[in-house]
Design a protein around this ligand. Sequence first.
Ligand code: G3I
Length: 471
Amino acid sequence: MTTPRQRYRRGRLAAAFGGLAAATLAVTLAVPAAAAGSTLQAAAAESGRYFGTAIAASRLNDGTYTTIANREFNMITAENEMKMDAMQPSRGQFNWSSGDRIVNWARQNGKQVRGHALAWHSQQPGWMQNMSGSQLRTAMLDHVTQVASYYRGKIYAWDVVNEAFADGSSGARRDSNLQRTGNDWIEAAFRAARAADPGAKLCYNDYNTDNWQHAKTQAVYNMVKDFKARGVPIDCVGFQAHFNSGNPVPSNYHTTLQNFADLGVDVQITELDIEGSGSSQAQQYQGVVQACLSVARCTGITVWGVRDTDSWRASGTPLLFDGSGNKKAAYTSVLNQLNQGGTPVPNPGNPTPTPTQPGTTPTPTPTQNPGTGGCTATYSEGQKWNDRFNGTVTIRANTAISGWSSTVTVRQPQRIIATWNGSPTWDSSGNVMTMRPSGSGALAAGQTVSFGFTVQHNGNWTWPTLTCSAS
Ligand code: G3I
């Protein structure tokens, strides 16, 4: 079922595409007057998508960095801290500390985590680099099992295998010590990951797979097609999307994403950055976002860092915030494009069992009016998906008030994974969110204002309970 607003947005999106190549679209498309998303995560959540960033544990003490990261993003990837060399520096000795810092920061702030990466030819610990054959195969599978088990229940999606295909026109697997253990090493890694964490989506992740015409893209496509045909447990494909002038956003990007999605997997843009500046950079970012929004199973976008100065290729200024934390033109174009809406994510294909359908166990509307009596909070249902639902809380001033705060309490195992139109804080359990207005909270008597959020329900469709307090 679609709302009039979704139909309006879909219509706008179709009109915006109009046969134009994604990379050449203008960046000045109008934002609907009622656009709800004032942050990237809020705007993306309206069509059921996430917007994420890579985080470096070493920067979590930087207030500018964490303020932006907390405000804008609701999916977190550890840039280096969950790779093989970081997780298992000595054989059998796991070091969880840096990975835990990132996972804990994400969860304490109501965010989800993409795990990166379980098996990769690069960033292997020294002891593994020197291994081969069945000894290496066993060590790799043990690593996958141990790490995925340790983080079981905390990971939205794992990059199970990263960058296993060669560049160029061969369409072959990349030569590596892992590849030399046998061509089936990738599916073996996926089976081990599924056994260790059945609730995580399992992704294959790679770069230079954006252009549908490229041999590498075709090779990965054929592997995923084969995996689906043979029942190898794969749920998603990650497109790293590291672009620059020598490797621009291809005009057929939407085709690539759609073709993969048509194999029955989610697609995600996992490490987006685009070197450049100004309107040219903004335009390319817009094309990528637009391509994802037009594919129902493109479930989210992650940029590979917060500010330009945080980037692995800082000199190319490839991110959405400058070194001082200011929003760049690219940020504005991404936000505007997200606010154009897109094809809603219908069913994220979560490998966990399908829960009871929405609407079967609703509790009465939890309208409450405690405390000062100056305001009333009312809940209304929003969109629902297989694994989550949106809700809106409308705050009504009963008399003239100068400010308000509203608590939203969800029940275990529910989690709020995105919010918009307000500034949230959380209690230590993560179950109680206190929402305050982003700007002035002053309301005239009878005036209303709304904020929204996405609840990952984990099988519990119960509505949240609310309070409202006026000042
Ligand atoms: O932390 C040490 C520091 O103590 C030391 O002084 C310094 C000296 O070189 O190195 C620092 O570690 C570096 C680390 O980034 C943290 O900055 C490593 O040398 C460096 O190799 C590492 O680079 C990372 C790269 O992966 C390694 O392959 C980048 O941060 C990271 O952004 C990048 O991410 C990859 C994805 O995992 C996979 N896709 C491509 C993407 C970009 O290369």
